[in-house]
Design a protein around this ligand. Structure first.
Ligand code: ATP
Length: 211
């Protein structure tokens, strides 16, 4: 309980949801313990890294026993705030945005997209996967400080302007799916996922660094 979350390296923190999902499936199938090599196989992270990651969680695997699934899960739940629902909003209900609304994330995490915004009058007023779509003009009025993250799936030429609105609304996390590089104040975190860059980079690695 006196565990200091700021001491987990970022790279380790990024792997947490991966571990969490796999351990949940183990628990669902009635398994009580797991070895680092089983974990390694399942989440495709080498077992030395897993052992190092888990040592940050205070979970020391025992030789011939492995890790206690229940302990790890309760630790991850606390760390990932799984007991609280994180409210997420989405801006830009195009093809990609629509896919996210239909998918939502409730099955694997306690995150919920509960509002979406667009400027297209054909979309405003509709619902996709239970998520209402509002006009971007109503953004300020609808968003309050309990919304923590905005997913940005708009055309790139409008991304910066909308990012400014997101920042003004007090949202501290932006998941940017547009190719635009966003400027935001220091206390706002942007994670940039440019799918075409990721695809090109995968192809480059396949060509130049075959496994
Ligand atoms: P579609 O097939 O619906 O056009 P798309 O993903 O190909 O989807 P994009 O041009 O990337 O379309 O636009 C994504 C979404 O962003 C669209 O729903 C569009 O109406 C919306 N959009 C465009 N400009 C803005 C804006 N300024 N604010 C909010 N949403 C916007």
């Amino acid at each position: 309980d006196n565990f200091d979350q700021t001491k987990i390296p970022q790279a380790t923190a990024k792997r947490l949801p991966l571990y969490y999902r796999f351990l949940e499936s183990l628990q669902a199938s009635g398994k009580h313990r797991v070895s680092s090599s089983e974990l390694s196989e399942a989440v495709k992270v080498d077992s030395a890294t897993i052992r190092r990651d888990f040592s940050y969680f205070g979970a020391l695997g025992k030789k011939g026993y492995g890790y206690n699934v229940h302990y790890l899960l309760s630790f991850f739940r606390k760390t990932l705030d799984q007991d609280e629902v994180t409210r997420v909003t989405l801006i830009g209900v195009g093809n990609l945005g629509t896919a996210f609304l239909n998918y939502n994330f409730t099955k694997s995490n306690n995150t919920l997209i509960d509002m979406a915004f667009d400027v297209d009058e054909d979309k405003v007023g509709q619902k996709i996967g239970d998520v209402p779509i509002y006009h971007l003009n109503d953004f300020k009025e609808k968003i309050d400080s309990s919304v923590e993250v905005a997913i940005l799936t708009v055309p790139s030429h409008v991304a910066q302007g909308i990012a400014d609105d997101i920042v003004d609304a007090g949202i501290k996390g932006i998941l940017n799916f547009t190719p635009a590089r966003l400027s935001v104040p220091e206390d706002v975190r942007v994670h940039h996922i440019d799918l075409s860059v990721e695809l090109q980079s995968l192809i480059y690695f396949l060509k130049h660094y075959p496994m």
